[in-house]
Ligand binder design. Structure first.
Ligand code: FE
Ligand code: FE
Ligand code: ZN
Length: 261
């Protein structure tokens, strides 16, 4: 994955820890990781983000599913501990008619069981669009989770531009206001990564369908303001746009042409 990232002009990449729809992870290959660390140093791959499987629901109604989420996260983090500076992003969960407060309680109690004092891997809560009963649809909901975590310095936030625009944060017209709100409620020091996506749907639609950069409701001008914003420009950006590898290569070069160093 490091070589492919380099080939298409990236200095960072995101990967799924296992099949995004669920299933077992491949056995850990420490030689492979060593080779990767060496390659990274030589080729300037500065940041690596792992994404938890979508099927993981820390606030499912079924206790067995919650247990599965916890065990998946523990196993994923144990693996990531071998990668320098790796971060682990996950969707907080869907409370499925139990109510958001119950959801927040389940998610935070899982995190309290997972997080250890010695872990190096940062866990990132992803900002969600608020589709169905998704938890994490507002900065306040993420804050409520963070407030319940004992070892909260292992916790950060990954901001998904499609999700928050669909979720009702107007980063097209009021980027500064949205970032100020994020800072007041969560704190910008928690913001560790950006999922850079355009959206197929209009503002506040609570839909979550990603679009190619510049081809959706955010548009290229808003994207350019996002990647150049002084509060964001040093963060790692990860594309999750509907593309094949050549499409990503083109988007990366487009974004580089818009990025003011
Ligand atoms: Fe995600
Ligand atoms: Fe995302
Ligand atoms: Zn999404």
């Amino acid at each position: 994955m490091g070589k492919e990232a380099k080939r298409i002009g990236a200095n960072t990449f995101q990967f799924f820890t296992r099949n995004p729809r669920g299933g077992a992870a491949k056995p850990l290959d420490l030689d492979d990781i060593k080779a990767f660390e060496q390659y990274r140093k030589e080729n300037g791959i500065i940041s690596v983000l792992a994404h938890a499987p979508y099927t993981m629901n820390a606030c499912a109604k079924d206790a067995g599913l919650r247990e599965f989420a916890k065990n998946t996260m523990i196993d994923d983090i144990m693996r990531l501990e071998n990668i320098e500076g790796a971060m682990y992003n996950f969707h907080p969960g869907s409370h499925v008619s139990q109510g958001v407060d119950v959801g927040i309680e389940f998610i935070s109690s899982m995190l309290n069981e997972v997080i250890t004092e010695n872990q190096k891997t940062l866990i990132l809560l992803e900002t969600m669009a608020g589709k169905g009963s998704e938890v994490g649809r507002s900065f306040e909901e993420l804050r409520a989770i963070i407030d319940k975590i004992a070892i909260s310095d292992k916790l950060g936030v990954c901001l998904d531009t499609c999700h928050i625009y669909d979720g009702g944060y107007n980063i097209v017209d009021n980027l500064d206001d949205v970032l100020n709100e994020f800072d007041e409620i969560i704190g910008l020091d928690r913001l560790k990564a950006i999922h850079l996506n355009d959206s197929k749907n209009p503002f506040a639609s609570h839909k979550d369908r990603h679009e190619k950069i510049g081809e959706g409701s955010l548009g290229i001008d808003a994207i350019a303001r996002i990647i150049n914003h002084p509060k964001l420009k040093e963060l790692p950006f990860f594309l999750e746009t509907p593309n094949d590898i050549d499409g990503y290569e083109q988007e990366i070069s487009l974004l580089k042409s818009l990025y003011k160093c």
